[in-house]
Design a protein around this ligand. Structure first.
Ligand code: ADP
Ligand code: MG
Length: 613
């Protein structure tokens, strides 16, 4: 059984490797960050096992990392005394990908071939393979912490799969030997490795030695007084724990004793990796108790919508020997979650106050998460609603306003907060639904994303003021004169209703229109046209339930006035015009399924116009 066995990499892994091996990257340094981070993870896992009383192989071996350079042999060797790997672990961990976002990451990588995408490699559970950026051959000697295991050697050149064979007499942990490429031979030099390792070493909670010399003093950044910590240190810490070389947009470092003892550093990354199409991100906040890692990427420490955060949380109130399973549903975790979430929302509110420019960047990158929270997180809905920003009819394009500022600007007698959804600013400005608001001087918030409609719908009100879709507003423009008499308008309405039949629920005279002949309004009190469109897109609303709309006619618009006249002289033509007015209104509302019919009819009408009389 002392045989070497050959394995092929899972197809996805082979693709990662092909990209990593064959592309030129300027930020090759990150391989060290990734390998040290794996060593630190392995050590944290071992410490956790020991602290919860489980038997481990060679319990007296100290926890630490050793780096050795050899400029003759052109090798760099990393040794850790962590959990190590069994044969099955090797196949599972260094041959396959588990992370759900990895496929998307790969696609991104192969398209872009640029350094920012590679920078993220560690975020997708494939950080180990960055070793092949600098090595022609990688050897992994490893011995699991499990007492009745033995040692193994994993070898690969990255191209032709990998071999696994037994390796006798290994100490607990893992030794990785990198046989360096010619162009990466600097990493066989002590000074080069030292420079790179220094950047992260102070965030590794275990001693690191380089060629037998200590390089770090073990200390946890979050336990140090804030005033002492330099910006650069925060940035490097983020880089290490977040596997991201781009500086974070914002950070919150806080300490509190009540209601729970918490020390935390939370970072807001510069980008939303979900928006890049990289799949659902995982929270990357690690949970510690008195500096000891209890759980990496702790689940349930934050609500789902805060999954874009990275950082550390340390709480002395956690029992040290808590098992990961019992963590899941612990009441303590729920209290931590509530306290942390509340604190972070407060932080964002303060940021928007004190540093609106930075807040705007944070919002730009992560507003989808905040909106998701506003929809799903009832406990924090109030706080979240204050963080939302929208463009508005009273502000120039691209400038946004908060709901609170909207309320301050509300006109006397205005009782509701109005919002209008449209595909973009231009369409919103041109919307017939906006006419009455303009005339009355009422502000209307614009929403350009489908999710906004759900947000408004879920919030329902802000500061006691109902949130109302503009098309549902019951507005009256009083000083309106001219146009059809009430009687004529009523008769026209019933003519149009007769013409349109079942296609329309009700035809009424509008009090809100200024420049448009007509609008349609959803007949259902609680549904808007946009909502309808969304529901259809999501197939929740099947074709079998036809949309019921009311048609509102503007009795002062020349088309409507003329139509009232035409009805008495040429009812057939009047019918066509009525249908055209209706379809145009439906088109504006985004509710016209087949514009073809509208165009045909338009051509018919044009033909009549140009016909010689
Ligand atoms: P990630 O660290 O995100 O899981 P990597 O590609 O960096 O992804 O590593 C893959 C896996 O290989 C790790 O999850 C771990 O199980 C295993 N591994 C890597 N390096 C070590 C090590 N030094 N000791 C023990 N296990 C390791
Ligand atoms: Mg890793």
């Amino acid at each position: 059984m002392s045989q070497k066995q050959h394995h092929t990499f899972q197809a996805e892994i082979q693709r990662v490797l092909d990209i990593v091996i064959h592309s030129l990257y300027t930020d090759r340094d990150i391989f060290l960050r990734e390998l040290i981070s794996n060593a630190a993870d392995a050590l944290e896992k071992l410490r956790f096992l020991q602290s919860s009383g489980q038997p481990v192989h060679q319990p007296e071996t100290a926890l630490g990392i050793q780096l050795t350079t050899d400029d003759k042999a052109l090798t760099l060797t990393l040794v850790d005394t962590g959990v190590g790997m069994t044969r099955d672990d090797l196949v599972e961990n260094l041959g396959t990908i588990a992370h759900s976002g990895s496929k998307a990451f790969l696609e991104k990588l192969s398209e872009a071939k640029e350094k920012t995408s590679l920078n993220l490699i560690g975020q997708f559970g494939v950080g180990f393979y960055s070793a092949f950026m600098v090595a022609t051959k990688v050897e992994v000697f490893t011995r699991s912490h499990q007492p009745d295991e033995t040692g193994w050697l994993w070898t690969s050149d990255g191209a032709g799969g990998y071999d696994i064979e037994p390796a006798a007499d290994l100490p607990r942990g893992t030794r990785i030997v990198l046989h360096l490429k010619e162009e990466a031979k600097d990493y066989a030099e002590s000074w080069q490795v030292q420079q790179t390792v220094k950047r992260y070493s102070n965030f590794v909670p275990f001693p690191i030695k380089l060629n037998d010399t200590a390089v770090n003093t073990v200390q946890a950044l979050w336990t140090r007084p804030k005033a002492e910590i330099k910006d650069e240190e925060y940035k490097e810490f983020y880089e290490f724990i977040g596997h991201d070389s781009d500086a974070p947009l914002a950070r919150l470092h806080f300490t509190t004793d009540a209601p729970l003892s918490i020390q935390a550093i939370l970072f807001v990354p510069s980008r939303n990796s979900e928006a890049l199409g990289l799949g659902k991100s995982e929270s990357e906040v690690n949970l510690h108790c008195r500096k000891i890692l209890i759980q990496a990427k702790a689940k349930d420490l934050f609500p789902e919508w805060l999954r874009f955060l990275k950082g550390v949380v340390d709480s002395e109130d956690l029992p040290l020997n808590i098992s990961r399973e019992s963590m899941q549903d612990s009441a303590l975790l729920r209290r931590l979650n509530r306290a942390l979430t509340g604190r972070f929302i407060k932080f964002l509110a303060e940021l928007s106050d004190k540093d609106p420019e930075t807040y705007a960047k944070v919002y730009q990158a992560h507003h989808r998460f905040l909106k998701e929270g506003a929809i799903t997180d009832y406990d924090h809905r109030d706080g979240l609603s204050k963080l939302l920003r929208f463009e508005s009819s009273l502000e120039p394009k691209d400038k946004t306003t908060s709901l609170a500022d909207y309320v301050l600007r509300m006109k006397e007698g205005q009782k509701e907060i109005y919002h209008l959804s449209a595909p973009n600013r231009e369409t919103a400005e041109a919307s017939p639904y906006l006419e009455a608001f303009k005339a009355l001087g009422y502000e209307v918030l614009f929403s350009f994303e489908p999710v906004d409609e759900f947000v408004f719908n879920h919030l329902n009100e802000f500061d006691g003021k109902p949130l109302k879709p503009a098309e549902k507003a019951d507005l009256k423009l009083d000083d309106q004169t001219g146009g059809l008499s009430e009687d004529d308008a009523r008769q026209l309405a019933s003519f149009v209703k007769e013409t349109l039949g079942d296609r329309v629920n009700e035809v009424v005279t509008s009090k809100r229109l200024v420049g448009s002949p007509a609008v349609v309004v959803d007949a259902d009190e609680f549904t808007t046209a946009t909502m309808r469109r969304l529901m259809r897109a999501m197939k929740q609303d099947t074709e079998t339930t036809p949309v019921k709309v009311n048609l509102e006619l503007n009795p002062r618009h020349p088309i409507v006035v003329g139509l009232a006249q035409l009805r008495t002289t040429d009812a057939a033509l009047a019918g066509k015009v009525a249908e055209q007015v209706f379809d145009s209104a439906r088109l504006t509302a985004g509710l016209l399924d087949n514009p073809q019919i509208l165009l045909q009819r338009m051509n018919e009408l044009l033909e009549r116009m140009v016909a010689p009389r």
